[in-house]
Design a protein around this ligand. Structure first.
Ligand SMILES: *Cc1c(COP(=O)(O)O)cnc(C)c1O
Length: 370
């Protein structure tokens, strides 16, 4: 039996009756944007994250971009970003008009290395964006300490982190504001696009609420040049259903991860993710490393096991950032990770039998490549 990297249909099938009921509730309400479902989701999600505010928006990219705009970060400003991330983290900075300044990750955690932060700070630096990549929380204490010493804002890209904890606190509640994505494949995935901002800052929350809706608080009274970035009532209603199951579904992901870690230990050349005692990952992705990653992926594909690479091209080497003029070789850790990482199937609906096949295929492939 082939094992696909990720299937979304089983999520619908498991919750079909609750999701269908939510759909009919919205359709029958006659209200399709910024109504009771979005408001209820905002309350429930901020309570779950442990923040004072949640503002629903159209997607994760907008969430990050709107945070930066609400922080008055724009042209001429620099925002520190991880060199190893999905390009959306960088694009949010560019959309705001500011310049992304990359800092290399720690090779073990995949996340921004706090020890390298200070060297990247200039008089133009306004903020640090951390990314809880693969659902692995960034080491936040040193980041927040350095930020406070230099008077910088900190935001989290929590697109992959729903449910992760750092020293017991959920990601999304560890900095001044966080952007969340509800893209269907994320841990809390909608059935279409969606996103949110969480924050404890009353003023920031208010500004984002206005910015997401054309800069208006009252219809046709436009205070600022906002954008259209609203969360649909339908998506909010579906997200409320899925939020009720998120802790249990994250538990399932964590069990899959534990089983990989036990069953794949000591395979030749295969590096498994290491977890810091302060960090409880949300296991959005289970990412291994191998010096002959492409050969390994080919063998797994031949064995019917779907894998993915997150991400094959670091943002600075993408055509979109050619203008930044960051030469190949100048961010060697991100470049090395891009060449060696491989994401294995993981999700709340991966069966033990399917995982057995992945484990078996990895044993054979790693022996062959030894
Ligand atoms: C998915 C993702 C985003 C963007 O979210 P969208 O909802 O697709 O806009 C941003 N950053 C990271 C790390 C992501 O994985």
């Amino acid at each position: 039996m082939p094992v696909p990297f990720l299937e979304l249909l089983p999520a619908y099938q498991e919750l079909r009756s609750e999701l269908d009921a939510a759909y009919h509730r919205v359709m029958d309400s006659g209200r399709y944007l910024l109504g009771g479902e979005v408001e209820a989701f905002e309350h429930e999600y901020s309570a779950w994250c442990g923040t004072r505010h949640c503002i629903g928006v159209a997607n994760g990219l907008d969430a990050l971009h709107l945070i930066l705009r609400a922080m008055d970060i724009g042209i001429g400003d620099e925002v520190i970003v991880p060199s190893n991330t999905y390009i959306a983290s960088w694009l949010a900075v560019s959309y705001a008009g500011a310049t992304p300044v990359p800092v290399e990750p720690d090779e073990q955690t995949f996340n921004l290395a706090p020890t390298l932060l200070e060297a990247a700070i200039t008089p133009r630096t306004k903020a640090i964006m951390v990314v809880h990549l693969y659902g692995r929380p960034t080491d936040m204490n040193p980041v927040m300490q350095i930020a406070s010493r230099y008077g910088l804002r900190v935001l989290e890209d929590n697109a992959q982190g729903h449910g992760a904890r750092y020293k017991g606190v959920r990601t999304g509640a560890l900095s001044h504001a966080a952007g969340h994505s509800f893209y269907p494949g994320k841990n809390l995935g909608a059935f279409g696009d969606g996103g949110a901002v969480t924050t404890d800052d009353d003023q920031l929350a208010d500004r984002i609420r206005v910015l997401r809706n054309y800069g208006s608080r009252l219809k046709y009274q436009n205070e600022v040049k906002g954008i259209n970035s609203r969360l649909d009532e339908i998506q909010a209603a579906w997200l409320r259903v899925k939020l009720r199951h998120l802790d249990e579904w994250n538990e399932r992901r964590s069990r899959v991860a534990q089983r990989y870690t036990q069953s794949l230990a000591d395979l030749p050349h295969l590096m498994l993710p290491q977890t810091h005692p302060d960090a409880a990952p949300a296991w959005h992705l289970y990412v291994v490393r191998h010096p002959r990653r492409t050969a390994l992926q080919t063998r797994l594909t031949e064995a019917g096991v779907g894998t993915m690479i997150h991400y094959p091209v670091p943002p600075h080497l993408s055509e979109a950032y050619a203008e930044a003029g960051i030469a190949a070789g100048s961010l060697p850790v991100a470049e090395k990770l891009a060449e060696t990482v491989l994401s294995l199937p993981n999700g709340p609906h991966l069966t033990p039998e399917a995982q057995d096949e992945v484990i078996q295929a990895l044993h054979s492939a790693c022996q062959e490549l030894a």
